[in-house]
Ligand binder design. Structure first.
Ligand code: GLU
Length: 473
């Protein structure tokens, strides 16, 4: 059997972290087994689906490196792979199910159906208990699947083991609305059957739909795929990650300068582990090790701080040349203009130090604004450090000592300033923090001596002077 798996996002929002994780697990499974990974677009919600969201989904999957073998954007033997292009097929499938007796038309009014629902509720039965095939057949209306009342729907979930649903708790559900549009249940199942999907791996939130899909699959006379329900994602606050939460969209991470390899690595750990507590591994290692049966059934926690940490690990492991190229747009964004080559060489001088201290690329920009004319004092840092006794004296002495340094290199600057601290009887924190705030405007910059070296002598002295004026003013 050749593995054929799919991810089926709805273009009603950006690609959500949960859908990206589902895509990633399907992709890993396909690549591990030399199978086929398919991208289907579930756009039956015509009102909320947009071309822009579809584009975002495709872009985000490409950015993550999850290439697909068939589907929207790349084509394949099944045509378009958008559900909106297959209404005739769903209508035909519904008609076939009516013809075989597995489904029926229902033209009862909403009021009639509501009365049946209420009656079931009063008797503490499943709301759909009385929604069954009426005695008198009609030839129009919505199409409902006729659910055999006494056979439980049982299946073996690759992640969750044996799962059983009582059929009497499943009402005769609508598969085709009276306006001819398919429900998710029909469209999804017909596609999975037509595309010969061998395994359906999707979020556990869709578990209640699965018995319905199994019933449709059987009624269509097709074989059931394997199912794997992936654990739900929670935030660190213990609340379920919300699908349409802006900050949970993949494109946000891309736009914020995260590295796709780091995001890939992090997402792969949401419900799976490679071995023991190893957290950093390559795509190829993940492909070699991945199997759906190893996915955990416990909820997974999506922790943005861990993702930032991991991104930092990936940034540190990046080739320095490549890091500089990746950082440049972020440095330019931080100062709001492009840099000429002389200015860029100032960044290059500290880029190794910045690389060590960057968790995600915009931080690279924030750390080096001081290197350029456009820097400003960070008010909080200024208030905290500069109001202390003795600060004007430290600034003045440092300015005098540094003015005498001939070879403007980090080691010489350090020697001079350490000598000054010793003579003045000052600890490093007390003596150097004011210099850092005066020269870099902040209390977070690359190490001080290297920062001064990269900024240059003239500018360093001018800023020490400027800070003294601010204090005196
Ligand atoms: N379209 C569904 C979603 O975006 C997924 C459907 C499925 O995987 O069956 O959640």
């Amino acid at each position: 059997m050749t593995v054929r798996v799919r991810v089926a996002p709805s273009p009603t929002g950006h690609l959500h972290v949960g859908t990206a994780r589902a895509a990633l697990f399907n992709w890993l499974y396909a690549r591990h087994h030399g199978g086929t990974f398919i991208l289907r677009i579930d756009d039956t919600d015509r009102e909320r689906s947009t071309a822009a969201y579809e584009e975002d989904i495709l872009d985000s999957l490409r950015w993550l490196g999850l290439d697909w073998d068939e589907g929207v954007g790349v084509g394949g033997p099944h045509g378009d792979y958008r559900q909106s292009s297959r209404y005739e097929r769903y209508q035909q499938a519904a008609a076939d199910l009516v013809a075989s007796g597995a489904a029926y038309y229902d033209n009862r009014s909403p009021d009639e159906l509501e009365a049946l629902r209420r009656r079931a509720e009063e008797e503490h039965l499943h709301p759909g208990h009385y929604i069954r095939r009426p005695e008198k057949a009609v030839a129009e209306g919505a199409v409902r699947l006729s659910v055999p009342p006494d056979q439980p729907v049982v299946f073996e979930d690759l992640v969750r083991g044996k799962i059983s649903f009582e059929a009497r708790d499943i009402d005769d559900f609508v598969i085709l609305r009276s306006d001819g549009t398919p429900t998710y249940h029909l469209a999804s199942t017909v596609d999975d059957v037509d595309y010969d999907i061998t395994h359906v791996a999707r979020g556990e939130d869709l578990l209640p739909s699965t018995p319905k899909h199994i019933l449709i699959t059987r009624a269509l006379g097709a074989g059931e795929p394997g199912y794997a329900h992936l654990p739900l994602l929670f935030g660190t606050d213990g609340k379920k990650l919300s699908k349409r939460h802006g900050a949970e969209s993949l494109s946000t991470y891309r736009d914020e300068g995260y590295l796709p390899d780091a995001v890939f690595n992090y997402l792969s750990l949401l419900g799976w582990s490679i071995d023991g507590d190893r957290t950093i591994f390559t795509r190829d290692e993940a492909i070699a090790a991945f199997d759906l049966i190893d996915v955990s059934r416990n909820p997974a926690v999506f922790d943005p701080d861990k993702l930032s940490w991991m991104n930092g690990e990936y940034i540190r492991a990046t080739d320095p040349e490549e890091f500089r190229a990746m950082a440049r747009p972020h440095v330019e964004a931080a100062i709001g203009r492009s840099l000429d080559e002389e200015e860029w060489s100032r960044f290059e001088e500290v880029s190794d130090l910045v690389q060590e201290r960057t968790r995600f690329l915009p931080e690279a920009g924030e750390q080096v604004v001081f290197l350029f004319e456009d820097f400003e004092y960070d008010q909080a840092a200024w208030d905290k450090v500069m109001a202390k006794d003795g600060v004007p004296g430290i600034l003045k002495t440092a300015q005098e000592r540094l003015a005498a340094v001939d070879d403007w290199a980090a080691a010489d600057i350090e020697a001079v300033l350490r000598g000054m601290l010793e003579e003045m009887g000052l600890g490093a924190a007390k003596g150097l923090q004011p210099l850092r705030v005066a020269v870099t405007g902040t209390s977070v910059s690359p190490p001080l001596f290297e920062s001064l070296a990269a900024l240059g002598k003239e500018k360093t002295l001018a800023r020490l002077e400027q800070a003294q004026r601010e204090l005196a003013g």
